[in-house]
Design a protein around this ligand. Structure first.
Ligand SMILES: C[S@@+](CC[C@H](N)C(=O)[O-])C[C@H]1O[C@@H](n2cnc3c(N)ncnc32)[C@H](O)[C@@H]1O
Length: 220
């Protein structure tokens, strides 16, 4: 049976985590890897932006960025830190990326959807919903940029087993298999332009994350 992720518990976890102010504020190595692939003439949507470190990085690289997160406290905090003088738009909005089309004030002309460490935050049904929503929201030939924890991540298997490679330790994570995500993206009419499993680039302190990195493009 598919595990239902308890949204309230998860949101409280992220409110507390970001409220502590200990999360990294420098851009992720994945954001640096992909920034030059992004069309600066269209909007980028950051799904599950957390403290907005990558959203700010993209905006500082002249990319209009609309960043959503379900953690209300975190979004409120991010809004305080926006540089109002910047020419480039950076918007933070509370929202659920599994229901992207229902998010308030979603901009037109979306060229990129960016999902870093967020596709593993939802159960399998939510994962499919998110891919489908990303496909619908993107313009033709738009990019879907994904970094997600792999089943080879050392954290996979720790905590309560919820099935489908989902585990609850400090919070819920569903670890992803490369062949699964490639097939799923292709089924949703994306072409794969880059796919790699990376064992080193996304480590942070004791967290020796093993990740899947994908650049996918929406077909017509
Ligand atoms: C591991 S953090 C990643 C934050 C950021 N992308 C980064 O790489 O620094 C996961 C984030 O996803 C958010 N999140 C989880 N499920 C969500 C959902 N269904 N809709 C919107 N945000 C969600 C959490 O609140 C949290 O901020």
């Amino acid at each position: 049976m598919m595990e239902t992720v308890n949204k309230e518990i998860e949101e409280n976890y992220w409110n507390d985590y970001y409220g502590e102010g200990v999360a990294p504020s420098f851009p992720s190595s994945f954001a640096s890897l992909v920034v030059n692939k992004i069309d600066p003439n269209k909007w980028l949507i950051d799904l599950g932006c957390g403290n907005g470190r990558d959203s700010l990085f993209f905006a500082n690289n002249n990319i209009n960025t609309f960043a959503i997160d379900s953690s209300k406290n975190t979004i409120q905090n991010n809004q305080k830190n926006i540089l109002k003088s910047s020419e480039t738009k950076l918007i933070f909005e509370v929202g659920d990326f599994m229901e992207l089309s229902n998010v308030d004030n979603l901009p037109p002309s979306i060229g990129t959807i960016y999902s870093r460490f967020t596709l593993h935050s939802v159960n399998q049904e939510g994962y499919y919903q998110t891919i489908n929503e990303a496909y619908k929201a993107l313009d033709s030939n738009g990019l879907f940029l994904i970094e997600v924890r792999s089943v080879n991540d050392p954290l996979c298997g720790q905590g309560k087993n919820c099935g489908d490679n989902g585990f609850i330790s400090t919070h819920y994570r569903r670890f992803i298999e490369m062949r699964e995500i490639l097939a799923d993206l292709q089924n949703y009419n994306f072409s794969i332009e880059m796919a790699q499993e990376d064992y080193l680039s996304s480590w942070y302190k004791e967290d020796k994350a093993v990740v899947i990195r994908i650049i996918a493009r929406r077909n017509e």
